[in-house]
Design a protein around this ligand. Structure first.
Ligand code: NAD
Length: 291
């Protein structure tokens, strides 16, 4: 008789729409099986209209927790009891943890990025970084980097619908952390070059480089990079964006978005199970290799 699921198996969910394409169920279930942990992770098609009922269901079923993705990340806080400091600063939640009926919202994307850097022997703490983006991924990274102790951060964004959020993020980081932070228009390429020049690390935290912008980058030419600059991308499909290709040609150490993806999951996994995700095994399964 099959023994994987029993009467004791604990349930963890993923609430988002669309969600059937997600690699999170495969990742978490592989880690549960590898460690012999009695949990199951399932994806549920939940949008803003059904989110409140889904969270009530999580409570009623005494689920261990859930991941939350679009379009629910900025809405789900309404139905939770507590928020982590990073989730509060970001205004977004991607992980719910149920501790004896008390639901806490966390955001692990930024934690995932910072852990991926560390795992790749990149130490940005106390140093300056320049980052492009002010959407979901970017805000999580910017907030976590500031909370973790990055000394100085220059944020660039195009003047689109995310600009107000960028201003808000800069205000919150200035008020709540000791990180020195400034915001610039990405159209000012001379300023971008100047800020990258004295940064230890440069990060793309936008969808530039992935479909429909695959093959493109806002970095005009190789003179923006130098061999001892670290260049990272949140994009993981393709694994090598046009920007990372350019950075490698200059001789920079680079990191794509796969590590962030793995470690944001690992952080949630640890919150739910109290166990560390088997990182080296998962890197093999996901074919993650650092440059
Ligand atoms: P979002 O829609 O919340 O934010 C989009 C950002 O891109 C904004 O800052 C916007 O101003 C900027 N942007 C849009 N068009 C641009 C252009 N032409 N030039 C420059 N900037 C532009 O998106 P998101 O959820 O933050 O996702 C951004 C990227 O991060 C996606 O590629 C996503 O796959 C990736 N991501 C990766 C991980 C991971 O674990 N590695 C996690 C989350 C998101």
């Amino acid at each position: 008789m099959a023994e994987r699921i029993t009467g004791h198996t604990e349930l963890i969910g993923l609430m988002a729409y669309p969600i059937r394409h997600s690699s999170s169920p495969a990742m978490h279930n592989e880690a549960f099986a590898y460690l012999g942990l009695d949990y199951a992770y399932l994806a549920f098609e939940v949008d803003n209209d059904t989110l409140e009922d889904a969270v009530k269901g999580l409570r009623a079923l005494k689920m261990v927790g859930s991941n939350v993705s679009m379009p629910n990340k900025t809405v789900v806080h309404k139905y939770l009891d507590k928020l982590s400091p990073a989730a509060e600063l970001c205004g977004a939640v991607n992980t719910i943890v149920n501790e004896n009926g008390v639901l806490t919202g966390h955001i692990t994307d930024g934690i995932g990025y910072m852990k991926a850097l560390k795992d790749n022997n990149i130490d940005v703490i106390g140093k300056k970084m320049t980052i492009v983006g002010s959407g979901g991924a970017a805000t999580a990274i910017e907030v976590q980097a500031a909370l973790d102790g990055v000394a100085e951060m220059s944020i660039f964004n195009i003047k689109d619908k995310f600009w107000d959020n960028a201003q808000e993020t800069v205000k919150k980081i200035s008020e709540r952390t000791s990180c020195k932070v400034a915001l610039y228009d990405l159209a000012d390429l001379d300023k971008l070059k100047e800020e990258i020049a004295d940064s230890y690390l440069f990060a793309n935290a936008t969808g530039m480089g992935m479909k429909p912008l695959e093959g493109q980058t806002y970095i005009p030419d190789k003179s923006f990079f130098r061999p001892d600059l670290i260049v990272t991308d949140v994009v993981y499909s393709p694994r090598e964006t046009a920007m990372l290709k350019m950075a490698k040609e200059v001789g920079c150490k680079t990191m794509n978005g796969m590590g962030m993806m793995l470690f944001q999951g690992a952080a949630a996994f640890e919150m739910w199970t109290g166990k560390e995700m088997p990182i080296e095994h998962m890197k093999e399964v996901l074919d993650i290799k650092y440059e």
